[in-house]
Unconditional design. Structure first.
Length: 67
């Protein structure tokens, strides 16, 4: 549990700094294998998309493949 809470603390602290620089909150999407665990404990992360990175890579591939 120390790894989970430590990581959540790091992410939330980083996001607070980013929000401060941007002048307010923005949309934050957690992605990847443990995204749901992070979002469950985070004060800042409220959205999870397990496949966001993979979908982005697919789009890049489709736009750059040779026909």
């Amino acid at each position: 549990s120390g790894i989970v809470y430590g990581t959540v603390g790091l992410v939330d602290t980083l996001l607070r700094g980013v929000f401060k620089e941007l002048g307010g909150p923005c949309r934050v999407v957690a992605t990847g294998g443990h995204a749901e665990i992070l979002a469950m404990h985070s004060e800042m992360v409220r959205e999870v998309d397990q496949w966001l990175t993979i979908e982005g890579l697919r789009i890049i591939y489709e736009r750059n493949r040779f026909e």
